[in-house]
Structures are given as structure tokens and as C-alpha cells.
Design a protein around this ligand. Structure first.
Ligand code: FAD
Ligand code: THG
Length: 825
């Protein structure tokens, strides 16, 4: 996509009550948002809701409100922690909106028990109290359980039950008290816009002018999105929830619930008490997709209490197998029946994460959708911060609407992947595990060759990415690669060790096509990029610079390589799709920005023999003197015109060679043919990740995000304070950081960790967490980067892995080739 933003209209003039905001939807998310916006001084807020308050008929109206805070995503856990804290302080009729009964997850298989240990790791890393407990302890916590098949549980005392409707009402009331307007029985039918900005919201009862519109329409998101010309990547699916008849065992229950909310993931079930009844939710049934365009708003005429639009009739046949599982787990249920049940609708996204943030297509139009009750207050706070201050205090890149590539927004993709998320909601998922469908979606021009070489593909951003090549298996024979535990051995092969070795000793080809490429051109390009990034870009054409995109608060939005290909022509190596949005949003007239990733391709040719391979193929001088480190050149490699960057994320001599997609296969074949004499191999991302960690090269989004400043992240070398740039005023190069991205080496040469594990310094609670980790095949140790308080090299720490405590030691950076003799020669 491309745009010259000179035609954009000015943003609306500031007013004391803030801009005019219309929030569409008064479910838990819309209500929380009204509260969070008005709390920040944006009080000109109108909430429009099609149904009748206080239970307008969306997913919130009958959510049973189980809150399990622990999640592999640190961001979702932060959302949940804030929701618990907030609901705990909210009162409706004098009763808190959160009931801290705790949470209990059960394991009936060894695989699940291991997963519960991992979840305990996430909890410790993200600051949630929890411990893995015995079956006997599970029985104490839930006496009705038959624990004969239970191997253990994960108990989280601070989890519990949210009272969703009262919490929504309480937040809405508070917003009203600050001046917000709440209008129910108003159905939004259109979004008005002018010059690419929203100007108002059309309802069946009139038009409401607006500077900002937030769609908090829950599973109707795609319907409202279409009114704004925005594809909303969520799929509504129905999910069964039922209540039993009263149980004699619970007779006389004074409290609504006292026992922990319960999850039995091995059977896709969860449980809570409703006084003397048990409420049960199931994800065990077939996916039941719902077309949001076919669901009318709440019709009171036929309402009669419960026929809400988000509630479909209970399909008993889907329930039957689960009911047997319920009765086995809770034998008291054998004497009772289901009293009532329904198929309730809520949203699933292709990756299971919410969709938050501003739309690229229509300025002033925001989304806050696919959010659970569990995450509602935290997500609303983040969106409110984003709207009011331009950024959230928590990293949102996993939730950002723009994370989906064009090819990941088709209705069929969203439907297929949404249904898959439903099926997998409680599955034990490996962090590298890709979804199986729809694949392949995006392939590089080298795909056919990769398949011939037996590539083992994983998927990222829609791209097929080789992780290793079976063709290299003979190279792994005889290599001393430590055996792995079953979990870390998944999506891994010892062939990666051989590929890493080949790149250190000979030369390897890496498919770098998925690396995002932006082209910035025009007379204002240099001044613009200089103002947007931290390093010095005022170098003659041919220079490549490693530089950072910061937000106004000095947080790292991205790290880039910027190649100056001509006076007014720059090629950027970027990270997330949000980089494009950020640059477009700041670009002045006279600057054009294009994402050229699709349509071009890139091969990394790296290793000590890279020059021997490439030089004979080109008339240009590829010597160290003729083509220095971090320089760019145009050249022909055989018949193929390329842009060559002398850059290496794996820390070896070599180049990134870029060309157009049509010539990609020819480029690959040319390099392959010439490389035979040098023992060239194709190498995958598994080796790539190992090599970059040995070299200490950070990966944005994993090692650092906009929550971190450059100095903490060890990237101060890329900041030049002698020019103006976004975020500069927030930086203090002399401040002593409270935390640092710290390299660790595991002491046991056979041990590995995978990322997101808690790290403790003194042996007590976690002091930090691992970001990325990989075995370093050259170093003979696992390398793990972790956010920790500043520690001197040599300090011993422990990393928790499956309930084990693995000793590790703070290392000195860089771990490999500190004198850069391998790259600069
Ligand atoms: P909603 O509550 O659906 O609110 C959206 C609102 O927008 C609706 O009120 C709708 O009427 C309004 N709207 C839509 N279109 C328009 C329009 N054109 N004009 C005006 N208004 C419009 N989550 C948990 O955290 N824990 C649980 O235990 C849990 N269990 C669940 C069990 C069931 C059976 C179901 C169905 C969901 C469950 N969820 C649970 C999920 C949770 O309920 C939802 O994720 C959450 O309520 C979504 O809130 P929301 O505000 O985004 O959407
Ligand atoms: N190649 C290109 N662009 C990219 C990446 C890439 N952009 C996104 C991401 N990867 C950026 N990350 C890095 C990280 C480190 C280096 C390059 C890109 C690197 N650093 C050297 C170092 O730290 O010693 C040199 C730094 C310097 O000289 O300033 O090489 O892989 N095109």
C-alpha cells in the first residue's frame, strides 16, 4: 500500500473536555472504555447501544465471568491483573464486582501436568500467584471432585469470578458521573466520514458527530467495521454453557460461589458454582460459527427475559459427550440433570488475541473487540491510553489490528482460523506450533527449491518459513548435539546444529524474504527519517545504518536498518506492520512510503566463504575495501539485478541480496550453482535464531518492545543525541536503568529453555523473565536473554523450566566474536 499523506486533513482542534468520542456498544468493553476515557479527562463521550440497558444482549449479558489470569501472553496477563484489581474495587449494590474464589486447573495426563508446570512458569514470570498442587490438594479445594484420574492441579488463589453485568453498570455509572452520555436502544447503521477521517455515527435515531469512534460492538465487530470500510478479523462462534439442577451436596449455600473456578482442559470443560447449582461451559463440541450479519440486535418484543441475540438454543446432542465427562469428574452430577443451557456467542480471532487500536483505512476509527471479560478493563485502559496519550503503558503489538497482513484478512481465512482457535482453546500448544490451515499462503520465490531440499516449514505472518532442511541431515551425523527433553525437541532438529556450523565454517543461504521492507522516497525523505529515528542517517548514499524508531515516551517501536540507496531513496528493513502505519501517520508532504515486501525477495548469503561465492558472479567490487561493512550497492549477480546490503544478522561475513520476485528463483539458482564448490547449504530459521543470539542481536517484539528504552535494551549505541528525533526528550543517557536485557548462559551444556520462563536471582520469587532463548551451537551452551535488574557478569541465577530450576550465569556481551573479526574483513 502506498500513500502520499499531504492531502490528509488536520486533526480536530483540542477542546477542554477532549475530542468528541462515540463508543459503539455497552458490553463490558464499551462500558470499561467509557470509564477509562472519562477518567483521563476525555469526558465528551457518548455510548450508543442497540439493546436495552443494563443487559443489552451481547456476550457480556450472560458471561459466567470466570477469570483465569495466567496466559502465555504477558500482555493478556497484564490486562487480566488490572481487570481483577479494578473489579475488586468496584461495588454494585455494595457487593464487589469480583469474587476471589481462586482458580484450579486439573491435569489427567502427564502432558497436561507438564503444561500446568509451564503455566505456573508464565504465572511466576508475569506476577500472578500460583502453584502446582497434588491431587489430594485438588480434592481439598473441590471436595466434589473424583480425583482418581487427576495427576495434579494448578492453583491460583487470586483468580475468581467477575460479575460482568454489574461491573459494566458500575463503570458506566462512573463515566456518566463524569459527563458521559449513554443512549441505549440506538442502533448504529453507518459511519460518516470526510477526507479519510470519521466525522460522525449514524443511528436509527439520529446522527452523532464524532472526532473518534470506537467500535466495542463485540461479535458484531465485522458489521460495524463494514460501515467504516474496515475489515474486522473476528469470527463469532457459539459455545455451550449449562446449569445443573440444585445439588443436595451444595444445599443451603449462602454464597453464590466459594470454591475455585475450575478448568478441566483435557475434556475442554470449565465449572463454577451458582449457589447450589453448578454451571458448566464446554469447548468440546464442533465449532458452531455464527454469521454476525445475520444476527439482529436485541428485540424486546420477543425477549421475554432470555432470548438475547447472543444466545442460541441449546443443542443437546452437542452436549451429550461432555455430560458424561462432567459426571465422571463430579460424581454428584450423576444424580442430577441439566436444568437450562444455551449456545452463547462470542468472538474468536485468527490468533486468539483481541483486536485493538486505530484503523489504517479510516482515521479516528478504533477497534476494541474480541476481548474476554477477563481482559476487559485492562484492554479498555490500554485503548484509552492509546487514544488520549498516543501510546499505552503495556506492549500491544500482539493485539494491534494492523498485525494482520492483507492475506490474513479474507473472510475465509478469518472463518477457518477462528474456528480452529475455538477447537484449540484448551489444547496444549507448543510455542512454535503452527496452525495447519490455510497453508501454504505466502511463499517466497525459492519455495520450490526449499521443498526439493526437504524444508521443514513453520508459518509466520502468513509466510512459509523453512526451519531446517532435511537435505542437511547427513551433515548432522557425528555432531555432538545434546539430546533434548520431549517438549524442547518438538519443532526442532539436530540438523539445525549442522546448519549453524556450516554458516560459521563455510557459507549458507537464508531466505530473508519475509523480512519487512519499506521504501521511503521523495525530497523530504532524509529529513523525515532523521526526525523519526535515533541514529545518524546523514551519510552519503550507499550507507546502511542500524537505527531505532521510538515513540514519544522513548519506548522502542522498532529497530530498523536504513539503506540510503540514493539522495532521496531509502530502503528500510523493518519489523511489524505497525511500522508502516507509524511512519505514514508522521510523514509530511513530499515523502512517499511503500511496503515493498511482497513483490521483492531476499537471500542472505553468510559465512566465511560468502565472498568467494559471490565475487565471481559480479563485476562490482565485493572486497572489504570496495564494499565495506554496513554499506549498500547495486550490482548484477549473474543475470540478476540486486541491491546488496553488507549486513548480517547471523554475525558472519556476507550480504543480503534483494531483487524482484520474478527474478528470485534465478538468483537462488545462481548462488546455489556457484556455491557448490564452496559447500554451500540452505539454512533455516532454527540455526538463524541460534546464530543471532550468540551474536547478541535483539529481535523486536520478543526481546524489546515499546515498554523499553534503548539503554535498558542495550541499544544505546544506536542513539545519537545530537539531533532531534521522536522520543529524544524522554531519553536520559545518564540514568541508571532499573532493569536490563541481560544475556545468560545456562550452566549445564545439555540444558535448554525456550522463552518466557521466570528467572530468579536470589532463589525466591521471579526477578524477571526470559525473552528469547536458543541453544548456541558454537558456544556449546543455551543462550537466554532476560529482563532482570542490573547484575554484574558472573552472577548466578536460576531459570524455572517445568518445575526444574536450571542454573545460569550472567554473561558478558557479545558472547561471540567480540572483536567483529569475522564480519569486518
Ligand atoms: P458484548 O458484550 O457483545 O457487547 C457489544 C455490544 O455492542 C452489545 O451490547 C451490542 O448490542 C452492541 N452493538 C453491536 N452492534 C451495535 C450497533 N450496530 N449499534 C449499537 N450497538 C451495537 N469471558 C470470560 O472472560 N470469562 C468467561 O467465563 C466467559 N464465558 C463465556 C461464556 C459464554 C457462554 C459466552 C457467550 C461468552 C463468555 N465469555 C467469557 C466471553 C465474554 O463474554 C466476551 O468476550 C465479552 O463479554 C465481550 O464483551 P464486549 O463488550 O466486547 O461484547
Ligand atoms: N536485516 C535488515 N533489516 C532488519 C533486520 C535484518 N531490520 C529488522 C531487524 N533485522 C533489525 N535488527 C538488527 C539487529 C542487529 C543488526 C542488524 C539488524 C546488526 N547489528 C550490528 C551490531 O549490533 O553490532 C551492527 C550495528 C551497527 O553497526 O550500528 O547487524 O536482519 N536488512
Amino acid at each position: 500500500m502506498s500513500r502520499t499523506p499531504e492531502s490528509l486533513p488536520p486533526a480536530p482542534a483540542p477542546r477542554p473536555s477532549g475530542p468528541q468520542v462515540v463508543v459503539i456498544g455497552a458490553g463490558i468493553v464499551g462500558c470499561a472504555l467509557a470509564d477509562e476515557l472519562t477518567a483521563r479527562g476525555w469526558t465528551d463521550v457518548t455510548v450508543l447501544e442497540q439493546g436495552p440497558l443494563p443487559a443489552p444482549g451481547g456476550s457480556t449479558s450472560h458471561a459466567p465471568g470466570l477469570v483465569f489470569q495466567t496466559n502465555p501472553s504477558r500482555t493478556l496477563t497484564a490486562f487480566a491483573r488490572y481487570t481483577v484489581e479494578k473489579f475488586d474495587s468496584l461495588r454494585e449494590d455494595g457487593v464487589p464486582c469480583f469474587r476471589p474464589v481462586g482458580g484450579l486447573e486439573l491435569a489427567t495426563t502427564p502432558e497436561r501436568l507438564a503444561e500446568l508446570h509451564r503455566r505456573a512458569g508464565y504465572a511466576a514470570a508475569w506476577g500472578v500467584r500460583g502453584e502446582v498442587v497434588s491431587a489430594a490438594r485438588c480434592k481439598e479445594l473441590w471436595p466434589l471432585l473424583d480425583t482418581s484420574a487427576v495427576l495434579g492441579g494448578f492453583h491460583t488463589p487470586d483468580d475468581g469470578l467477575a460479575r460482568a453485568v454489574p461491573a459494566a453498570r458500575a463503570q458506566l455509572e462512573r463515566a456518566r458521573g463524569r459527563g458521559a452520555r449513554v443512549l441505549d436502544r440506538h442502533t448504529v447503521t453507518g459511519i460518516e466520514r470526510a477526507d479519510g477521517r470519521v466525522t460522525g455515527v449514524v443511528t436509527d435515531r439520529g446522527v452523532f458527530p464524532a472526532d473518534h469512534v470506537v467500535s466495542a460492538a463485540g461479535f458484531w465487530g465485522p458489521v460495524v467495521g463494514r460501515m467504516a470500510g474496515v475489515d474486522v478479523p473476528l469470527q463469532p462462534l457459539a459455545h455451550q454453557y449449562a446449569r445443573t439442577r440444585p445439588l443436595p451436596e451444595l444445599a443451603g449455600a449462602a454464597e453464590e460461589a466459594v470454591r475455585p473456578v475450575l478448568r478441566f482442559q483435557d475434556r475442554d470443560l470449565y465449572f463454577r458454582e451458582h449457589h447450589d447449582r453448578i454451571g458448566i461451559g464446554s469447548y468440546a463440541h464442533r465449532p458452531l460459527p455464527v454469521d454476525p450479519f445475520a444476527v439482529p440486535g436485541y428485540d424486546e418484543a420477543r425477549a421475554g427475559g432470555r432470548e438475547m441475540p447472543s444466545s442460541y438454543p441449546f443443542t443437546a446432542a452437542d452436549w451429550a459427550p461432555s455430560w458424561q465427562d462432567c459426571r465422571r469428574l463430579l460424581p454428584a452430577l450423576r444424580a442430577t440433570e441439566i436444568e437450562e443451557g444455551f449456545n452463547g456467542v462470542f468472538s474468536f480471532t485468527p490468533d486468539g488475541m483481541p483486536v485493538l487500536g486505530p484503523s489504517r483505512a479510516l482515521r479516528g476509527f478504533w477497534l476494541a473487540e474480541a476481548v474476554w471479560v477477563t481482559h476487559s478493563a485492562g484492554a479498555a485502559k490500554a485503548v484509552a491510553e492509546w487514544m488520549v496519550h498516543g501510546r499505552a503503558s503495556v506492549d500491544l503489538h500482539e493485539c494491534d489490528l494492523t498485525r494482520f497482513e492483507d492475506a490474513q484478512r479474507s473472510p475465509s481465512y478469518v472463518a477457518e482460523r477462528g474456528a480452529r482457535q475455538f477447537v484449540e482453546v484448551y489444547d496444549v500448544l507448543h510455542p512454535l506450533q503452527p496452525m495447519e490451515q490455510p497453508r501454504p499462503l505466502r511463499v517466497s520465490p525459492f519455495h520450490a527449491r526449499q521443498r526439493e531440499l526437504g524444508a521443514y516449514f513453520l508459518e509466520g505472518g502468513g509466510w512459509e518459513r523453512p526451519h531446517w532442511y532435511e537435505a542437511n541431515a547427513p551433515l548432522a551425523e557425528g555432531l555432538d548435539v545434546p539430546a533434548r527433553d520431549a517438549w524442547s525437541a518438538r519443532y526442532w532438529s539436530p540438523v539445525a546444529a549442522a546448519e549453524a556450523k556450516a554458516a560459521r565454517e563455510r557459507v549458507a543461504l537464508y531466505d530473508m524474504t519475509p523480512l519487512r521492507r519499506l521504501e521511503v522516497t521523495g525530497p523530504g525523505a532524509l529529513g523525515f527519517l532523521d526526525r523519526m529515528t535515533t541514529n545518524n542517517l546523514r551519510k552519503r548514499p550507499g550507507a546502511v545504518t542500524y537505527t531505532l524508531l521510538l515513540d514519544e515516551a522513548g519506548g522502542i517501536r522498532s529497530d530498523l536498518t536504513v539503506a540510503r540507496l540514493g539522495p532521496d531513496h531509502f530502503q528500510l528493513g523493518a519489523n511489524s506492520p505497525a511500522d508502516l502505519d507509524w511512519l505514514l501517520a508522521h510523514a509530511p508532504g513530499g515523502v512517499t512510503i511503500r511496503d515493498v515486501t511482497a513483490g521483492t525477495c531476499c537471500v542472505g548469503v553468510w559465512g566465511p566463504l560468502a565472498r568467494d561465492l559471490v565475487q565471481p558472479l559480479t563485476h562490482e567490487d565485493f572486497s572489504h575495501e570496495g564494499f565495506g561493512y554496513f554499506r549498500a550497492k547495486r550490482a548484477y549477480v549473474g543475470h540478476v539485478p540486486v541491491t546488496a546490503l553488507r549486513v548480517s544478522y547471523v554475525g558472519e561475513l556476507g550480504w543480503e541480496l534483494y531483487t524482484t520476485a520474478d527474478l528470485g528463483l534465478r538468483l537462488w539458482d545462481t548462488l546455489w550453482e556457484a556455491g557448490r564448490a564452496h559447500g554451500v547449504i540452505a539454512a533455516g530459521r532454527s540455526a538463524f535464531n541460534s546464530l543471532r543470539l550468540e551474536k547478541g542481536y535483539r529481535a523486536w517484539g520478543v526481546d524489546m518492545t515499546d515498554e523499553h528504552d534503548p539503554y535498558e535494551a542495550g541499544l544505546g549505541f544506536a542513539v545519537r543525541m545530537d539531533h532531534e528525533f521522536v522520543g529524544r526528550s524522554a531519553l536520559d543517557p545518564s540514568a541508571v536503568p532499573e532493569r536490563k536485557l541481560t544475556p545468560l548462559l545456562l550452566d549445564d551444556p545439555a540444558a535448554v529453555v525456550l522463552g518466557k520462563e521466570p528467572v530468579s536471582v536470589g532463589g525466591g520469587a521471579a526477578d524477571g523473565y526470559v525473552t528469547s532463548a536458543s541453544y548456541g551451537y558454537t558456544l556449546g551452551r543455551c543462550v537466554a536473554y532476560a529482563w532482570l535488574p542490573p547484575l554484574p557478569a558472573g552472577t548466578g541465577v536460576h531459570i524455572a523450566y517445568f518445575g526444574d530450576r536450571l542454573p545460569a550465569t550472567v554473561a558478558e556481551e557479545p558472547l561471540f566474536d567480540p572483536k567483529m573479526t569475522r564480519i569486518r574483513r
